[in-house]
Ligand binder design. Sequence first.
Ligand code: CMP
Length: 513
Amino acid sequence: MEFWDKVIGFFWGGESLPLLLMVLCIWAMLFHFRRDERASLANTVAFFFVCLFGQFIAGLLHALDLVRAASVAQEVFVIGAGVAVIRLWGQLVFRVVLPAFKLTPPRITEDIFVIIAYIAWFMVRLRYAGLDLGSILATSAMITAVVAFAMQDTLGNILGGLALQLDNSVEVGDWIKVDDISGKVVDIRWRSTLVETRNWETVVFPNSQLMKNKFMVLGRRTDQPVQWRRWVWFNVGLEVAPTRVVSVVEDSILQTDIANVARNPAPNCLLMDMDDKGYARYALRYWLTDLAADDPTDAMLRWHIMSALHRAGIKPAQQGQSLHITKENEKYDEAVHQREVQLRIKTLRKVELFSQLNDAELTGLAQSLQYSPFAKGNIITRQGDERSHWLYIIINGEADVFVDLPNGKRRAVRTLGRGNFFGEMGLLTGAPRSAWVVARTDVECYRIDKEVIEVILHARPGIADEISHILVTRRAELDVVMQDLNATGAHPDLSQQRSEILATIKRFFSLGN
Ligand code: CMP
């Protein structure tokens, strides 16, 4: 009995129980708040218990009268337990308490505080064990000087890392550019900073290099969201007025929500240069919100620019393009044109509305169509727009029809696809556009202008009949959505509406009965 009293007496001092309770409390708190770090936490706590067990062994040695071994073991394990406690406190203060007060000091600060605490704890224990601190300090100063000299580069990097983190010049998550390498900072370590590029490379920059040389933090501006200005270049011949090019491009881009393009500042188009080769150089400048998506967003904007220019009948000029107008080229152009007309006729044949037209009429229609591509998200018609002098036939892709309700909400009406037409309500009755039509995917359309439809309707009055039928059905559907009627609700008299609309169309286009 006396033996175990001796063991416990040596091992379990007055401070042991509070210390154990403290460690368990901190463990519980960290376990709760730092779910992601449970594994490293478990290691620290395990280390503490190993040290506690070590002290118990020291108690055994003491009871066995191995006094010197007992006191050395005791000292070593007390230091070890202290180290574990300091580490736990460091984690508690820097990862739970300070963040609770919205303070997130860089990781390096925690490391520094913890290391200083380790050294202090070491010194205190050595002093306690009767070692002369003065001589230790002198020796350690010497050693430090020698080590510092030998590790100049490493220390430079470490101090660089410290400075980088403390002055906030770069943070994890920033996009930086060093020489021709740009990427996202994923970690700032003691010696180096890791940057992941868009090509899936990880570049390791020694911190001293970042401190000594200049680097760019992309898209960062004080008190502003992260966004980075980019330029998308294109050329248009000098024969087109720059104001027209700028307004065609800006109108299309500003009206469309394009992923990763900031609304504020808004994109803008500028005439940047004029070339002696006969074209003007333009840039669409925009602010990119997701810095990882630079090329895909540029490409999307290029496609928007191309389709907007195309719809406006403006041909982009190519760099280095020279104009050699020869007979051969004329022949070639004619062949291309004929091929395009044949393709259009083939497409038009599949559109039910024009199934009554003969070959000559189809050819006439095909020649007068305007090819109009739209990029995904483009608004094709706007509800209430009074310029409704054309209709569109979809030859590829899909478009959504939406309507604004009187209460300000917007409702989807239906999706139109290949072979469907829209814009007939405004075109045939002269009324403002009844709904929004928005490109659901990239959409290719043929635009048919009023004069062309007029010719067709005069030649084939039956088409007016057919369109009025579709128009009335669509209008009824629109009314259902607008008034929130359900399909079984009020049924207007469709046949009467149809004859009214037919009469309107005939009046509008001066068609006989
Ligand atoms: P318009 O009014 O000129 O412009 C908006 C177009 O949306 C309209 O012509 C129709 O072509 C189309 N539209 C309106 N309502 C419907 C509907 N219910 N189904 C399909 N298309 C519609």
